[in-house]
Structure formats: structure tokens, C-alpha cells
Design a protein around this ligand. Sequence first.
Ligand code: GLN
Ligand code: ZN
Length: 753
Amino acid sequence: MSHAHILGFPRIGARRELKTAVEAHWKGQLDEAGLRAVGRELRGRHWALQQAAGLDCVTVGDFAFYDHLHNATALFSAGPARFGLGGHMDLADYFAMARGTPEQPALAMKKWFDTNYHYLVPEVDAGTRFRLNRDWLLPELQGAQAAGYRAKVVLPGPLTWLWLASAPAGFDKLSLLPALLPVYAELAAELRALGVAWLQLDEPILSLDLPEEWLAAFPRAHAAIAAVAPPVLLATYFGSVAVHAALLKALPVAALHLDLVRAPRQLEAFLPDWPQDKALSLGVIDGRNLWRTDLARVLALLHPARALLGERLWIAPSCSLLHVPTDLSLEEKLDPALKSWMAFAVQKLDELSVLKRALEQGEPAVWRELQAAAQAIQSRRKAPSTHVAAVRARVAALKPEDAERAAPFAQRIAAQQAVLNLPKLPTTTIGSFPQTAEIRAARAAFKAGRLGEDQYIAAMQAEIRHAVEKQERLGLDVLVHGEAERNDMVEYFGEQLDGYAFTQFGWVQSYGSRCVKPPVIYGDVSRPAPMTVEWSRYAQTLTDKPMKGMLSGPLTMLFWSFVRDDLPKQEVALQLALALRDEVVDLETAGIKLIQIDEPTIREGLPLKKAEWPAYLDWAVRAFRITAAGVRNQTQIHTHMCYSEFNDILPSIAALDADVITIETSRARMKLLEGFAEFRYPNDIGPGLYDIHSPRVPAQAEMQELLQRALKVVPAERLWVNPDCGLKTRGWPETEAALKIMVATAREARAAL
Ligand code: GLN
Ligand code: ZN
């Protein structure tokens, strides 16, 4: 026997059934019983798939109507007091906390480690109490057991749940552990009594840099639970836990899971002297990406482990399959070769099944499956699209000066000012204007072939004219074309670049009912033709004001895509940088004097361990600089970043050396800007003067107050005036009203300089 299992399955459904049901429920079109029926159906389907693949147990507890961390919060009755529920949560409370109520804002949302999944942040304080709420989890377990499945229950570990919670400043969250553990133990004992085969406790925080006190809490916490629980599998993922090998070997758990896709080398720290009484689960199938596994390579790694561990070897995907799409077999439009290189969650179950049979019965028993996998790997390796000589040569020929503008900022900004002649505190926007129903309809009609290319271009040009007229009337200093032609910041460019592909059903949950369908970078990336130049050129013909060109940057293109795993990420970033660099230069040649390269994602690539930050920031900054550096001094490069705390990476933000950076600041009342000031950020800055996430139009006094705050920390010569972000999700009435006030605010401030 080689125990095969998964850490979790995507819950949203191959056709996003859960999204549809949850949203219908929110609209009052599906009652709770109806919603629960959809949940049951999906869980049943996913368990059946695991059973059919021959896994040794099905995983229960990975399902959630919104978020699995929030499910644990409900299970332990740990909803914050501000919702006035005395902690108890039913499904309506669960959604209220997830989405907010008229009286209370929703729980905050944060990125789940370095994925694009967002969890609901638990809120704890000295008053937090825990109580087991049996309406959660246990009915799901009952469902699995009633259907005859051997169940492994998964829960976030107590330390991970606490670590991810937010707390008042100065409050020691660990002080809640003694109150939390008895509830875990109570539940664990109940699971044992119910005959649950395994309890999987996820402690992914072990791959972060953890303070000593938190590490020291692990033996205590897990001993308390393991004493009464079914056999416990402690699951780590997203990084190496090798530094904790001694601690983990000594924990009183029955099994440990390691992510060998992210951190293959960590096996060496565990395998040689793995305790006789414990199983070791090896995560060998990528749970974060949609590529087919090289089964031969994995088997070569598993054989020695099998020789040492025997029955104690478990096999699994690296992490929960939550982060990959559900079922490749639904794809009807993918190129067959490309499709054969991929595996979604359902196909990863099959891979696991082949590995299991190969280990148990020998490779001849699955000869055909191994053959098919090997052929796919071969076909991918040999495909011309994955090795484009010209692209490789261009990256190889990059020289240090390709990442350098011709002159330093001081000289450039003088040259730019001579051309642009902008007033102090110049006003601009971040790029997109309202995406009206007509715009979406025109784009959809064009895509479906119901609207001819000429008509489509005419429709988009009319939108551009409309946006330009509005901006001129508003008196903005630097205009934009409005991005009417763009569906999405990444898809729009991906569709025009070689090396990118798109799926029909490649959805992954982002948060709650929201899913994203990231494009796939499968081959070498290059730009067959200009992408945005005609729109920008046209827009510039409509006005004497300078028109800002608008691109997504290489890091954004990388982090919001599924990226090939047969080339280092930084190589892919350089290919993207060169493709975008050509676009930047073509915009300049077309007479565009300012070009914005959006990089809202620079933080997303940050490794989980701080020691790895410098290397990442180094290549990330280089990719941006290569994108920007092809233009002359007098061409002004802008960048834009949405709200995230930049203070700890400010040197790298400065090293991007964009002439102007616009940032989201209004919600944090310009706090971010103080960091920039303290660090003496050298180039121009446009801190957002108003929040674009709501239709609310702030009063002029409010914007003026923010602008004056900004003027206290940034010299007037360096300061720009703009909203927080693009306006595509807003309507025109509030957009015009807010921009009118913004321009008036800038003028008022200018007059007082
Ligand atoms: N230029 C983009 C827009 O205005 C920027 C979006 C973003 O930063 N997320 O929509
Ligand atoms: Zn933004």
C-alpha cells in the first residue's frame, strides 16, 4: 500500500456551480436549503472523483461557501464581537461577516500566502472566546461517512489560524492558544469517536519566518490535540520547512506532509532519519500550476523514498488543489498538443492514481499511462513554441545598459518639462474610464463575430472621443484614452502576445464567489505586432493636451498568469519585458510623450521568506527597468501601483526609476506617503486623492486636506494630482463629479503655492 491523498479539492465546481448558487442565494433567488443542496452535490461529486482515482481516503472540510479559514472561524464560534452575535454563527451570520452589513464593514480580506486566493481575516482580542459549533463541518463529515467514504478531515491548524488573525496593537495572539486548544481537542475527540481515519491539520505558516515563541508553541499545541485525535497529519506547504526538521520529527503527530514542488531539496532534511512511527507525505504533483506532471521524474524520486519508508510513504499534490482549475476535459478550444501538456484538478487525481499503482504494482502495470505522460512531456519539450531561438537570443544578449535610461532623473525631468510644459501639481487619471454596458456589448459582439472589425474600431474610437472630450472639459492636464478596448489588464495583452493561451473553464477561486481565469504562458513570449499604439495615436490626434500611453508591466503579466514551469520565472519576466519594451518604444515613435507601465503586483511576487526577497526584487526591478529604458530622456515613464504597504520595499520601488509613480493612498489617509517622504523617494509622486472603490464623491475640502497633507511631505515640484486607481468600475456621473472637484482642488492649491 502507498497511501495516496489530496490536501483539498477546488470547491467552486467545474462550471462554477458554487458561484452561481451563492450569488443566487445572496440575491434572494435561492433559499438556504437550495444552496446547501448545491454544496452537498459538489462535495459528493468531488469525493466520488477521489474514490474513483483510488485514493485511500476522501478529504472532508476543504469545502466552504465562502472561505475555508472563515469556516474554521464559524466552527469555533470566533466571529468578532462587533457583529453582536455572541460569537455564534449560522450561515446568514457567516455571509454577513464575509460581505459586511449596513452597520458593520466586512472582515478584511488578505492574500493566502503567495497565492491569488484571499481569505477572510479572523479578528481576535482579549475578549475572544471559543466554542465548538456542531452545525459546521460535522454535517459534512456525516455526509461523507453516510456515503461510505473513508474520511480524512482537514482543518487549519490552531497556530496558523491564530497567526493569520488580526488583533489590536500590542495584543499577544498566542495568549489565546490555551483557550483555543480545548476546542480543537473537543472536536478532535469527537472525530475519533466517529471513526475518522485521519485528521489533517494545515500549518503552512511553518514555511514563513516565524518568531521563536510561535515555533515553541508547536509541540505543546499539537501534543494537546494529538492525544485525543484520530492519527494526525500535519501539513506544510508553499515552502521549505527544513529548518524545522528537528522540531517536526519530534512532534507527536502520525504523519507530516512536505511540499516537494516548491522545495524539493527539503526531503534530504527529513528522509534519512525519519522516525519509524510516522508516515511522510510527499507533495510531488504541483497544486499551484496546471502542467502535467513528469511522472517518470517523480517516480525516480519516489523509489528511494519508498525503499526507506515502505508503507509509511504517502503521495499527494504539493498543496490543496484549490489553486488550480477543476477539469481539463471541458476544454474544447485548446490546441490539442497544448492541452496534452496540462492537468487540472481532476487530471491530477489521475496522475496520483498512476503513481500509486506504479509504486504498488510496478511500472509495467501502468505502462500505458506512463508512456502517455512521457509523450506529452516530450512533445512539450520539443515544441517550437517553447524554444523560440530569436527570443532566447535576445534575452541572452541583454546588457546592463539595457536597464538604464540615458540620463539620471534630474536631467530627464528637466527635458520632459521642456516638452510637456505642465503646471505644478499636474492633474491626470490612472487610465481607465467607466466601462459602460455599451462598451462591453460592443466588445462581446466583436469577439463573437457579430460586429465587424471596422465597426468595432469605430465604436471604440467613439468611446475614446467621448472620454477625451470629457477630460478636456474637466480641464485635466494629462489625458488618457480610457481603455475602452480592454477587458482585463492581463488578458488584453496576453491575447496579442505569442506564447500565451486562454482556457474556457480554467477558473480558480479568488475570494468568495469571485473567480479568475488566468491566461497561460506556455511558450516563449514575443510581440508579433504593436498592441496599443493605434488607440493611443488616435487619441492623441483628438487633443493638444499630452496623451498618456497605457501598458501592463511585465510583473503583472507574470503574476496574474499561469506560468510555464520549464523556465525560471525571471527568464519569462525578461521575455515579457522585451516584448513590452518594444511597445513602449513604438508608442514613443507614434508621438506619445508619456507612457504608464502599470505594476500593481510587485508585492505579489515577494517570497515567503525574507532572506529570498533581495534576489526576487533584483530581477523584478530589472524586468521593469528593461521595459522602460528604451525611450529618450524627454519621454516620461509613469508607473502605477494599487494600495499595498510599500514601506519595506521602498528602495526597490525607487530603483524602478519611473519618472512618476501614482499610488493608492486615500483610504489610508496618505499614510503610505509618509513612508515615501521619510525614505526621500526621489522622483515624482501622485498619491491618490480619492477612493475609486465607491461611488461616493468627496467634498473639495476633503480632497484639499489630503493634498495639503501630501504637500507637507512632497515638494510641490514633485507632486501630481490623481485618483487612487482606474475608473472602469465607476459610472460617468460620479466620475465627472469627482474629477471636477479634483481639478478644482489642484487649481486652488496651485494658486496658494
Ligand atoms: N491602468 C489601469 C486602469 O486604470 C490600472 C488598473 C490597476 O492598477 N489595477 O484600469
Ligand atoms: Zn490601481
